[in-house]
Design a protein. Structure first.
Length: 143
């Protein structure tokens, strides 16, 4: 139970090291993360999305984005043309984050400290929530 002053708040809370911080990818070492304050200007950095292919009968209704899900989710919620179209309107978000297996792969390091992994997941879930419609769902592939 989380403690609120001298009283127990009555709700269960998951705590981890640096929970109150945010992670960003170090610009110089793309496989390293850096803990920063949530109001750090780099946290809200927006990346442009580059369209490669279209799918379905009405391709503008569906997006498949390859890359860092946090960058994609941030772009969809911050870039005005996407924000208008996707915030509170998405029916399904499927993300495939690192599993935190403790292994090193060619394209990424999956040997993350648990607090790093938890923060990464929290930040992605919160961004996804901004985009989901009332009847939308978030699917997270974790094995």
């Amino acid at each position: 139970m989380a403690q609120n002053g001298n009283k127990l708040s009555g709700k269960l809370e998951l705590n981890w090291v640096n929970k109150n911080k945010t992670l960003i990818v170090n610009d110089y070492e793309r496989t390293k993360y850096e803990w920063v304050e949530p109001n750090d200007y780099r946290v809200s950095e927006v990346r442009l999305l580059k369209e490669k292919e279209q799918f379905g009968k009405n391709p503008s209704d569906n997006l498949i984005i390859c890359g860092d899900s946090l960058h994609a989710l941030t772009s969809l919620s911050k870039i005005p043309e996407y924000r208008k179209k996707y915030v509170n309107k998405v029916k399904l978000i499927y993300i495939d984050p690192p599993f935190n297996t403790g292994q090193m792969f060619a394209n990424y390091d999956d040997q993350l400290e648990h607090s790093v992994w938890l923060t990464m997941m929290r930040d992605r879930v919160l961004k996804a929530y901004e985009l989901l419609s009332d009847d939308g769902s978030l699917w997270v592939h974790l094995f």
